[in-house]
Design a protein around this ligand. Structure first.
Ligand code: GDP
Ligand code: MG
Length: 178
């Protein structure tokens, strides 16, 4: 079947991957609750949240979001979350070149072991820290383009581009309706 989708109620299984501390959990919290908590706890293993978006024509899109831990010791668990995911969001921190390298590791991992039709997005988070930027916007754009990914820079802190990130996937999910 098509993964449980029908014309009016779409489900999108989405997984967030990326180095620890890049802001994955804050992005999810901003999207789902509209909040930013600077004292948020480190994710252990993975956590699950869902958010449903209603479109004008009464179609709904339910995001089932798996937020993974970035720590090395959980890397072996990642396939449990990205297998069967329609969308993978790979996050780095624009102030951290290391996190950008780690993002590229995740992209390769998804290309090797993810579903062949998985949709990937590359997200440069903490865009509010532009004065501490160490990854050029163009480097993100170029890498995403080479790997057929969506690209966006976000700030979970200011909410900049958070809804826009998920709107890309809404458009994608609805474009695949029969
Ligand atoms: P995760 O390990 O990828 O889930 O990262 P967290 O969501 O736990 O965030 C790690 C740290 O980065 C926390 O101290 C957050 O307050 C901070 N953080 C997350 N997103 C942003 C952002 O957009 N801007 C800034 N300035 N800090 C952020
Ligand atoms: Mg987390």
């Amino acid at each position: 079947n098509d993964g449980g989708h029908d014309a009016k109620n779409l489900r999108v299984k989405l997984v967030l991957l990326g180095d620890s501390g890049v802001g994955k959990s804050c992005i999810v919290l901003r999207f789902v609750r509209g909040q930013f908590d600077p004292t948020s706890k480190v994710t252990v293993g993975a956590s699950f949240l869902s958010q449903t978006i209603a479109l004008q024509d009464s179609t709904t899109v339910k995001f089932e979001i798996w937020d993974t831990a970035g720590q090395e010791r959980y890397a072996a668990l990642a396939p449990l979350y990205y297998r069967g995911a329609a969308v993978a969001v790979v996050v780095y921190d624009i102030t951290s070149p290391d996190s950008f390298s780690k993002a590229q590791y995740w992209v390769k991992e998804l290309q090797k072991h993810g579903s062949p039709d998985i949709v990937m997005a590359l997200v440069g988070n903490k865009a509010d820290l532009n004065e501490k930027r160490e990854v050029a916007v163009q480097d993100g754009i170029d890498y995403a383009e080479k790997n057929s990914m969506f690209f966006i820079e976000t700030s979970a802190k200011t909410a900049d581009n958070i809804n826009e990130l998920f709107e890309d996937f809404v458009d994608y999910a609805t474009s695949r309706l029969p």
